[in-house]
Ligand binder design. Structure first.
Ligand code: AMP
Ligand code: MG
Length: 338
């Protein structure tokens, strides 16, 4: 009897050891950065070290790119009053790429939108409705094409201010993906607040299943079965306030009007290899509306999209349609083709 108990005990230890040997190490880290809760889950050897490195890298980028931190490189540029600012090389390179994306979206993405975003109170939460005259004056300062980046020196016209809120998390996704790959990590999911960056597949080799949130509250709108890519969503439902007349104003501003974008899109989810491109385009597509977004997609080969329109219908580009499963099997879905 005693022998049998010992044998069972040894067998249990062996099974546990075998399980430990097979299951990859897993580490999770949750932290607040860039105004949102982020959570990274990393699998593989050194998982904990890698997850901690992700947190440190995100905090480094926040310190560089924050619009409100008086020590940040962006803050210094924004307060140069028209004078050239010699800036951090990484920021100069990022800004050049963001300016390209502003051009590619014909200014639907405008990295100089900050004066308008601040006037509505989206920076400090002191929400207000600016007058048309105030918005008209602020829009004279919004023009990405007036930003110059040359040899690490950035010059803005006096009164212009940068806001990388539309792209910083996506860029962080790319940086973290590089960092993890350099540490030999082949499987990780980085949830950077509406910005998902996927490293490889799940540890068992299957695709990750990512929920696309419903912009109308309640359950999710569908799921995406994907791997090794970024999935980034923009939607007015993420940050908004209701004014005394019952009008809702949200944080994605149409640079053409200075008001919250009202293009008929309730949420724009962009899928692609680059977190930066997906983040920039999710904001821009939300401003552009479904038709212009489809034209942009037809002229591009670096992203796919799932649009949820204000009437509840969906538009899904053909490259991602097979990977998308709507939560409601009766949902009205248009597949956008080339
Ligand atoms: P996202 O959540 O990525 O769509 O980014 C929204 C954030 O980007 C806002 O909170 C603003 O800080 C900033 N933003 C708002 N409208 C624009 C715009 N049209 N172009 C660039 N940045 C914007
Ligand atoms: Mg964005």
């Amino acid at each position: 009897m005693e022998k049998r108990r010992i044998a069972c005990f040894l067998a249990a230890i062996c099974a546990a050891a075998l399980l430990c040997a097979c299951a990859p190490q897993k580490a999770e880290e949750t932290f607040l950065a860039m105004d949102t809760v982020m959570s990274v889950t990393v699998y593989g050897e050194n998982a904990q070290e890698a997850a901690s490195a992700c947190r440190a890298e995100t905090e480094r980028l926040e310190a560089l790119l924050s619009v409100t931190d008086e020590q940040s490189a962006v803050y210094a540029i924004n307060h140069a009053e028209g004078q050239p600012t010699e800036t951090d090389g990484e920021l100069a390179r990022l800004l050049s790429r963001v300016l390209e994306l502003c051009g590619r979206t014909e200014g639907a993405l405008d990295v100089t939108i900050y004066p308008a975003v601040r006037a509505w109170g989206f920076t400090d939460g002191e929400y207000r409705v600016p007058s048309e005259a105030e918005l008209a004056e602020l829009l004279t300062r919004v023009d990405y094409s007036a930003v110059s980046v040359r040899d690490g020196t950035v010059t803005l016209p006096a009164g212009a201010e940068l806001d990388l809120g539309s792209t910083a998390k996506g860029y962080a996704g790319d940086r973290l993906a590089e960092l993890l790959s350099g540490m030999g990590i082949e499987s990780a999911i980085l949830d950077l607040g509406h910005n998902i960056q996927l490293i490889g597949t799940k540890p068992d080799g299957s695709s990750w299943v990512i929920a696309v949130q419903s912009p109308f509250g309640g359950d999710y709108a569908g799921t995406l079965s994907v791997s090794s890519c970024a999935v980034v969503t923009s939607g007015g439902y993420e940050r908004f306030f209701t004014d005394e007349n019952g009008c809702v104003h949200h944080h994605i501003i149409d640079p053409a009007t200075g008001h919250s974008a009202d293009s008929g899109i309730a949420s724009a989810t962009i899928i692609g290899k680059s977190g930066l491109v997906c983040d920039a385009l999710s904001t821009a597509v939300y401003v552009m509306g479904a038709e212009r977004a489809a034209e942009l997609w037809r002229a591009s080969d670096d992203f796919e999209m799932v649009l949820i329109l204000s009437d509840g219908s969906l538009a899904v580009t053909e490259g991602i349609a097979p990977a998308f499963t709507p939560a409601d099997e009766n949902a009205e879905i248009t597949v956008v083709t080339r």
